[in-house]
Design a protein around this ligand. Structure first.
Ligand code: PXP
Length: 249
């Protein structure tokens, strides 16, 4: 995404602008407008999750993001034939493969890359061949990272949700154990030649220790930024995150 290899990139996930739009139907607020504002505020990329049930981002949003946004698009998607065809048709900069369960409110756990290699490897191969940078959204677990390497995925995104939940629950020891697990996974991933990203549940209050992990190259952040934007505007909310990320390096 960016020329400076040392810079920690910020991918802004705009899904929840679409969530608000879809609460009433119609076209407002427009997630593509949010993508433009995020770009103006210093985002390095835009992330959007086209879910099987289209609960937030719709197919037309992906078309418009590809046509109208200069920043690289990271398409989050389940490992289904339908989503692979959509990704191959649009050719986004990156595709982040996530597990998807219809009943979940958000992506609750990492992808079982290690257990699903026979199903995932051909699909990853097709995306990579199309020039799409494939990322696997996984728990901070060495076996998952090794599976990403084995399947030829160049990127992993470490799921920070468990760490955020432990912090929220006030479980200081558990959170510290999980932070160490994330740090070790980031080191292991980088040592294996993977580009390491992280995301899920990050806020101004918890981003610093994750942003401080030198091997992590990109954070993908959505829900908090869109929520904060209600109070301060999207540009200010993205700029605030950018400042914290830069200060942590
Ligand atoms: N990264 C991935 C792979 C995700 O699935 C999500 C949630 O859609 C995020 C990052 C962003 O999480 P949050 O909205 O909690 O910031």
């Amino acid at each position: 995404m960016s020329a400076d290899p040392a810079k920690l990139r910020l991918g802004v996930n705009i899904d929840h602008v679409a969530t608000i739009r879809n609460a009433r139907g119609g076209d407002l607020p427009d997630p593509v407008r949010a993508a433009h504002l995020a770009e103006a505020a210093g985002a390095d990329g835009i992330t959007a999750h086209l879910r099987e049930d289209r609960r937030h981002i719709r197919d037309a949003d992906i078309e418009r993001l590809m046509a109208e946004i200069a920043l690289p698009l990271n398409l989050e998607m389940a490992a289904t034939d339908e989503m692979v065809e959509i990704a191959l048709r649009h050719g986004p900069h990156a595709a982040c493969i996530v597990p998807e369960r219809r009943a979940e409110r958000t992506t609750e756990g990492g992808l079982d890359a290690a257990g699903g290699q026979s199903r995932l490897a051909p699909l990853i191969g097709r995306l990579v061949e199309r020039g799409i940078r494939v990322s696997l959204f996984v728990e901070p677990d060495f076996a998952q990272l090794d599976a990403a390497v084995a399947m030829g995925a160049p990127v992993v995104e470490l799921h920070t949700g468990r760490w955020c939940d432990l912090l929220d629950a006030g479980d200081v020891e558990g959170a510290e154990r999980e932070r160490l697990r994330l740090a070790e996974a980031a080191r292991h991933g980088a040592a294996c030649g993977l580009e390491v990203h992280a995301g899920h549940g990050l806020t101004y209050a918890n981003v610093t220790p994750i942003a401080a992990m030198a091997e992590i190259r990109e954070l993908n952040i959505g829900h908090f930024l869109i929520g904060e934007a209600i109070f301060v505007g999207l540009e200010a909310s993205v700029k605030g995150m950018r400042r914290l990320m830069d200060a942590a390096r």
